[in-house]
Design a protein around this ligand. Structure first.
Ligand SMILES: NC(=O)c1ccc[n+]([C@@H]2O[C@H](COP(=O)([O-])OP(=O)(O)OC[C@H]3O[C@@H](n4cnc5c(N)ncnc54)[C@H](O)[C@@H]3O)[C@@H](O)[C@H]2O)c1
Length: 346
């Protein structure tokens, strides 16, 4: 009942995760406004609920857009971000750093308009990369919240411009809390997948390659890099609980602790789609990110009394089902290489 009748702004609400969050907020009785510039989000993601929300197209790099859309809201879920999968974030650093402006505008507007609370979608990329190599992280290494902190010597070496912007976003939100008492939380999301995600992210890219029957079937990197892929409905549940239960602007992991290698994820996808390539090609010239990444879920359990429920086997089945039904195969083939590196087909 926490969200019932509350006025809630979702920045970036036309995105993959944002649109699922909007669906859940509506189901819980919230009055939802979305602001999005549609640079990677698409209105199709909101078509099922467009009549029930207020949608504003605007660019949050402009402070007046942030101020106008935050005004009058009780809660702000801040997801708007210049972001994509590994292919995008490693090749667009000059665009990614514009996230400093977006986050700064949204947090300032939230404080100046006296909103009740702010929930910032941070990322596992805020964790130091030196903790996520095969040499430093054994199989039991789970990233715990205190391991990424700009005020602790040695605890800040975020993953590229994207990770640094997230870590600095967390720090900015905490700064508002320290000085002005702003209430909120930063959710460090771990490798989300599910319906409505785009091909610049590993899981959807691997499904797309199976659908077009790519052979040799390409996996970026050695295939031994591991991730704790977390299904989008779990992510949304974790975000909603975090905003309800945490107000001191600390960071909390939202994700599973079940690690799986890219190689194994691809094997599951090939089995389900029935694609049997003659060769699998591990393309180590392509961006692959850190080698080992998984969340500690101890604080998530303690602070939220919650942990994710959807197994990879279940989530990947639903994702493949959605992708197979919704993909435009002709457009996929035509734009395939571009889709792996860009955050939208536009
Ligand atoms: N997908 C993941 O695995 C993952 C992991 C960790 C964190 N996150 C975070 O979750 C959030 C949602 O990500 P996503 O994967 O659903 O899709 P996404 O990255 O496409 O979502 C970003 C949304 O912000 C909008 N946007 C971008 N620039 C904007 C601007 N200047 N003004 C207004 N809107 C703007 C885009 O159109 C899009 O709808 C992002 O903050 C992302 O960093 C995602």
């Amino acid at each position: 009942m926490f969200y019932s009748n509350r006025k809630v702004l979702v920045t970036g609400g036309a995105s993959f995760i944002g649109s699922h969050l909007v669906d859940q907020l509506l189901a819980q009785g919230a009055r939802v406004r979305v602001v999005d510039d549609l640079s990677s989000g698409v209105l199709k993601n909101l078509e099922q609920c467009m009549d029930a929300i207020e949608f504003i197209q605007g660019d949050l790099r402009d402070y007046s857009v942030a101020n106008d859309t935050v005004a009058g809201q009780d809660i702000v879920f801040h997801l708007a971000n210049i972001h994509g999968g590994r292919g995008f974030i490693d090749t667009h650093p000059g665009e990614i750093v514009q996230n400093f402006a977006i986050d700064g505008n949204v947090f300032r507007a939230a404080e100046e308009n006296g909103v009740d609370r702010v929930c910032f979608t941070s990322s596992a990329c805020s964790y130091p990369v030196n903790l996520q190599t095969m040499e430093t992280a054994d199989d039991m290494m789970h990233l715990s919240e205190e391991m990424a902190d700009p005020f602790i010597p040695g605890a800040a070496l975020a993953d590229g411009e994207y990770g640094w912007a997230k870590l600095m976003g967390e720090m900015a939100l905490k700064g508002y809390h320290k000085q002005f008492g702003t209430k909120g939380v930063s959710c460090r999301l771990f490798t989300v997948y599910g319906p409505r995600e785009n091909e610049s992210h590993a899981v959807i890219a691997l499904i797309a390659k199976a659908i077009i029957k790519q052979d040799p079937y390409e996996i970026w990197g050695t295939g031994n890099q591991s991730r704790n892929f977390t299904y989008v409905s779990d992510i949304v549940e974790g975000i909603l609980l975090s905003a309800e239960k945490i107000t001191d602007c600390r960071a909390v992991n939202v994700g599973t602790d079940a690690a799986i290698t890219l190689k194994d994820a691809a094997r599951t996808i090939l089995d389900i789609t029935g694609h049997q390539p003659e060769e699998i090609f591990y393309d180590t010239s392509k961006p692959e990110g850190v080698s080992v990444r998984t969340a500690s879920i101890e604080n998530q359990k303690k602070w939220l009394d919650w942990s994710p429920k959807v197994s990879f086997a279940e989530g990947i089945g639903k994702t493949i089902d959605w992708y197979t039904k919704s993909v435009d195969r002709e457009a996929l083939v035509e734009h395939f290489e571009m889709l792996l590196f860009e955050r939208s087909a536009g």
